[in-house]
Design a protein around this ligand. Structure first.
Ligand code: C5P
Length: 233
């Protein structure tokens, strides 16, 4: 496919802070429209997990890069494969959230993951979720959404998710983790979390999941030429 054609494939970029519901909303939109889905956070999580497992130092860029260049990453339906082993569960641990945020602070690590993310742009379209989808990875996205919610609401959602899965959780610790990750993600020099000037902010603090999805879909459908979607609505 030529570069020109690639730019004709629509991308919906959904960026925002941790636990804002980006993943749930982005997957539902992709499903409804029949688009591909990129969970860019999973890539940073795999990189973080690989460094932790290899005993590398998350703060040292060259350590992280060396490990990243050696590993094999593959997405297979619901499976996330690191060197052939499914790590879909392992990358969701809170310790790996923090590791992902640390590896994501390195500019060269971000650069090494750039093409891999752009390769997800395939017909008929892509919904990409992350922190810098609209600003760096897909700056020509047809729709840029900044999905956010108060830190308290996000901590409560994460708490409920963990309890529902049968894990122990502490709301105060979760709130602290979220605030720390927000700070690290927004203050880093390389591709910090920020609302692009051309992004539409959707604050989900007082919205249900269904309402958040409906709102983003309605923004997409207002775009001239945007299809109604081929998936299940
Ligand atoms: O979205 P998720 O919580 O899975 O992302 C985990 C971490 O990966 C984030 O806290 C962030 O530091 C990093 N990340 C990033 N850029 C992205 C996606 C995730 O730096 N596009």
């Amino acid at each position: 496919m030529t570069d020109h054609n690639v730019h004709a494939i629509p991308v919906i970029a959904i960026d925002g802070p941790s636990a804002s519901g980006k993943g749930t909303v982005a997957q539902a939109i992709a499903h409804t429209l029949g688009f591909h889905y990129l969970d860019s956070g999973a890539l940073y999580r795999i990189a973080g997990l690989a460094v932790v497992r290899a005993g590398g130092n998350l703060e040292i860029e060259s350590d992280v890069l060396a490990i990243l260049l050696k590993i094999k990453i593959k997405f297979n339906d619901s499976q996330v494969l690191l060197d052939g082993a499914d790590v879909a569960e392992a990358i969701r641990a809170e310790t790996i959230s923090a590791a992902a945020s640390k590896v994501g602070a390195h500019a060269q690590v971000r650069h090494a993951l750039l093409q891999r993310q752009q390769n997800f742009r395939q017909p008929p379209g892509l919904v990409a979720d992350g922190r810098d989808m609209g600003s760096v990875v897909f700056p020509d996205s047809v729709l840029k959404i900044y999905l956010t919610a108060s830190a308290q609401a996000r901590a409560e959602r994460r708490y409920k998710q963990l309890i529902d899965k049968g894990f122990d959780a502490n709301i105060t610790a979760l709130l602290q983790d979220i605030m720390l990750r927000d700070q690290r993600d927004s203050e880093r020099a390389a591709a910090p979390l920020q609302k692009c000037p051309d992004a539409i902010e959707v604050d989900t603090t007082n919205l249900s999941v269904a309402q958040s999805i409906a709102q983003v879909l309605s923004y997409y459908r207002q775009i001239p030429g945007a299809g109604l979607g081929v998936g299940v609505d």
